[in-house]
Unconditional design. Structure first.
Length: 219
């Protein structure tokens, strides 16, 4: 019997799996060049959060799982299996930006789990470095995967230019920075936030509030 968190993760992925497979098959039946084999592989990849929970005996926040499922649907599925990358020039860049946000969230969760294990917040600079480097490393790794997919499976993720590759890596990097800014300013998503960065964000807002309060008296 699978643990309940794993069962919930499997059920959460089920509508995305069924929807993408059904759409790919229907589009292929009406003559649209969708890739059903790639869609089936992506449907299996949607079980990754459940597999991670089972393997590492942990629970992944619902926000991270939903973001992952949406990313797979709009990125590899729509972009590669349905050829949206070829139809919309900027789609690839937007997906890489979102991948930076998603992987930065994963980095936040890792830092949070470490803080829970040691029962103390890590230095804010260390947390920020780990989160941003996680996003940047994934951006580079994703380009390698796209290159391999295009040559082995026949997808159209890359257009073969160095400029496209570098723009994608930069988009993922900026996505990581955006995720960090979102956390420090709005403290979202709280289910993934390390204590060190929540404290840093609170300190920043307190300083800003103090400056605004003192400003009228200085005029």
């Amino acid at each position: 019997m699978l643990p309940k968190p794993v069962q919930r993760s499997l059920l959460l992925a089920l509508p995305f799996q069924a929807g993408t497979l059904a759409l790919a098959i229907v589009l292929l039946a009406v003559g649209f060049p969708s890739q059903v084999l790639l869609t089936a592989l992506l449907a299996l990849a949607m079980w990754a959060p459940a597999a991670a929970e089972l393997l590492f005996r942990t629970t992944l926040p619902r926000a991270l799982q939903l973001h992952y499922l949406i990313f797979i649907t709009l990125g590899p599925f729509a972009g590669s299996a349905l050829n949206v990358y070829a139809a919309i020039a900027d789609w690839d860049t937007l997906i890489h930006f979102d991948s930076g946000v998603l992987v930065a969230w994963l980095g936040m969760l890792w830092v949070r789990r470490v803080e829970e294990r040691v029962d103390a917040p890590l230095p804010a600079w260390f947390s920020l470095t780990v989160i941003q480097l996680t996003a940047m490393a994934f951006a580079a790794m994703w380009e390698i995967c796209e290159f391999a997919s295009d040559h082995l499976i026949g997808t159209v993720s890359q257009n073969g230019s160095l400029e496209d590759t570098m723009m994608d890596i930069m988009a993922g990097t900026v996505g990581g920075l955006f995720a960090i800014a979102l956390l420090l300013i709005l403290r979202r998503p709280r289910s993934l936030a390390p204590a060190s960065l929540l404290r840093a964000g609170r300190h920043h807002r307190d300083v800003t509030a103090d400056e605004q309060a003192s400003a009228p008296g200085e005029r």
